[in-house]
Every structure is written in C-alpha cells, then in structure tokens.
Design a protein around this ligand. Structure first.
Ligand code: HEC
Ligand code: HEC
Length: 278
C-alpha cells in the first residue's frame, strides 16, 4: 500500500517537473516528434538545408493552393510577435493581424498542444539562428475557415508515460501522425469516421506515396510486432529491409524517447480496426 502510494506520488512529481515550459522540452519537440522542419526547412537536392533550418519553403502546389511554409526563425516576421501571439498562431492558426494560417499546417491537431508544450516550442523558436530568407506568400484558391474552433484559453498537460492517453496526445497534437494517416474528405482528414485508415496521396520528387492504414487490425499495424514498428517509425525501414519514402519524418522520430514511441504504439494498437481508406 505504502509503496504504491509512493509510486503514484513520484509519477505526479515527475509530471509536475516536466510540465514546466523549457528550452530542453522545446528542443526535443521541434527536433524530434513535432518535426516542424519537415515543412518549414528548405529542401535541397540532398535533403533539408540545415544552415537554413526553419527558413521556409514551398510545401505543396495544387489547383487548390500553393502553400508556402513561412520563415519561423527570428529572421522571419514572427520576430515581431509576442510569445502569446506566436502561441495563438501555432495552436489556433490566427496571426496577430487576424489572418488565418492555411493548410497543410495541421492546426486542427495543434489545438490540442498543452500550454507547456506550445510555450516550450516558442522558447525554442526564439533562440534558433535567424535565417535571412523570404520564401514568399501562399495562395489559397479555396476559402479558409474564419477559425479552426473557439478561442483557446488553456490546455492542461497530459502526464507523460507509456499510456494510451499520452500516446494519443503524441500521435495527434504533437506529431500529427493522424493528420497524414487519416483518410481525406472534402473538409480535410475525416477524424470522426476514418481515423488512421490511410489513403492520402503525397506527391514529391520521389514519386507518389500513399499513407497506409495504421489502425489496429490485420490491414493496419496488426501484422507488425512492436520491434518492427519501432524500425518503421524511427528508421523508415520495413521488416523485409526495404527503405520507406518521405514525407514521413523518420529522422525526427529517431530522436523520440523509447517511452514516447512505446506510448504511440500502444495508442495505435487501441485504434478500432478499419479497412484501408475507410
Ligand atoms: C505539414 C506542414 C507543416 C507543419 C508540419 C508545420 N507547419 Fe507551420 N506552416 C505551414 C504552412 C504551409 C504555413 C503557411 C500557411 C499560410 O500561408 O497561410 C505555416 C505557417 C506557420 C506559422 C505562421 C508564420 C507566419 O509568418 O505567418 C507559424 C508560426 C508556424 N507555421 C509554426 C509552426 C510550428 C511551430 C510547427 C511545428 C510545431 C509547424 N509550423 C509545423 C506548414 C506546416
Ligand atoms: C507527413 C505525413 C506523415 C506523418 C506525419 C506520419 N506518417 Fe507514417 N507514413 C506516411 C507515409 C506516406 C507512409 C508510407 C511510406 C512508404 O510507403 O514508403 C507512412 C508509413 C507508416 C507506417 C507503415 C505502415 C505500413 O503498413 O506500411 C507506419 C506504421 C506509420 N507510418 C506510422 C506513423 C506514426 C506512428 C506517425 C507519428 C509518430 C507517423 N506515421 C507520421 C506519412 C506520414
């Protein structure tokens, strides 16, 4: 009895300590599971141009839009925004001038970022080297929503641990696994009906690649062991040794702690099995 009470107290204590916003946490998130650079860092012929990390680039071009991820270093216009304004831009998709940030930045999921985590991300962005680059302005030929939801006052931190709840937080709010892996409808990912069912097509210099079904059943990740999933998620290597294609940010996920990857896998195994593409 005494021992279990004490264990519970230790967990609470660890949660409380880790829940402080910190540069260390921001570094872990941005360079690891949040992978902001997967969209915001310029791409050269051999991969991300790290001397211009987070300096911005064209992310997606289609009839619907030309999406250009902004320069989010102190060399971009975010330099003139307060911390609270930057938090609102990241978590609610609304800039200080009231304009709305368009897709594919996964604002719908970033709405779930805890106060501590989004503030840690801001701390990190403030101290990266300023990149002198103007990647240009996005053009949206589709209407953007006036907002992605009601204003957010506060989002409480979820205690860290190898739990389904924390895995859900990581796979949604932090890493947006579910943005890429959920079937797309006219309004974007169909989270309510097709969560994790796959089917979205990515086009790039590497060709066309389709997001697989990552729900729990045999058509999804049910066919893989935990060890195989670690190799897939963190190293982009399939059980038969085949290398996987972008844009899944394997390099960033390689920096995730063992516990965080285990929590994500636990969460994926808890997702109701769906057929591919819903
Ligand atoms: C899937 C691609 C993608 C990811 C991942 C992404 N962004 Fe973005 N981001 C964009 C695009 C595209 C825009 C510009 C949208 C527009 O022009 O309306 C943008 C805009 C922004 C802006 C507005 C800057 C300005 O000057 O208007 C901020 C701030 C921002 N992103 C921060 C982040 C942070 C922090 C992360 C990681 C937690 C992140 N983004 C992850 C694609 C992405
Ligand atoms: C930017 C989009 C994107 C993000 C973010 C993303 N993925 Fe993926 N994922 C893909 C694509 C595309 C593939 C297919 C790659 C290929 O076929 O070479 C893939 C493949 C996979 C596979 C292999 C499944 C199979 O049966 O082939 C798993 C498992 C997986 N992702 C899990 C995750 C998890 C967990 C996360 C978050 C931690 C995540 N993905 C984040 C796009 C993404």
């Amino acid at each position: 009895m005494r021992a279990s009470l004490f264990a519970g107290f230790a967990v609470l204590q660890a949660g409380a300590v880790l829940a402080e916003p910190s540069l260390e946490r921001g570094t872990y998130l941005v360079e690891g599971p949040s992978a902001c650079g997967n969209c915001h860092t310029p791409l050269g012929p051999t991969g991300p141009v790290m001397e211009q990390a987070l300096g911005g680039r064209v992310v997606e071009q289609s009839e619907a839009f030309t999406a250009i991820a902004s320069n989010i270093t102190p060399g971009g216009r975010v330099a003139g925004w307060s911390d609270a304004e930057l938090v609102k831009a990241i978590r609610e998709g609304i800039r200080p001038d009231g304009t709305v940030i368009g897709p594919p930045m996964p604002i719908g999921l970033y709405r779930g970022l805890s106060d501590d985590d989004v503030q840690s991300i801001v701390m990190y962005l403030r101290q990266v080297p300023a990149v002198d680059l103007d990647p240009g302005q996005s053009v949206y030929n589709i209407p953007l929503p006036p907002a992605y939801g009601p204003p957010i006052d506060t989002v409480a931190a979820i205690p860290q641990g190898v739990t389904v709840v924390y895995g859900a937080y990581l796979a949604n709010a932090v890493s947006h696994c579910m943005e890429c892996h959920t079937t797309f409808g006219p309004q974007g990912p169909m989270f309510d009906t097709h969560l994790g069912a796959g089917g979205f097509e990515f086009h790039g210099p590497w060709g066309t690649v389709v997001a697989p079904n990552i729900t729990s059943g045999p058509e999804g990740i049910g066919k893989y062991s935990d060890a195989e999933l670690v190799q897939i998620i963190q190293h982009g290597v399939r059980p038969d040794g085949a290398a996987m294609l972008p844009p899944m940010p394997y390099g960033n996920f390689a920096a995730m702690t063992d516990d965080d990857v285990a929590a994500v896998i636990l969460y994926l195994r808890s997702l109701p099995a769906l057929p591919f593409g819903g």
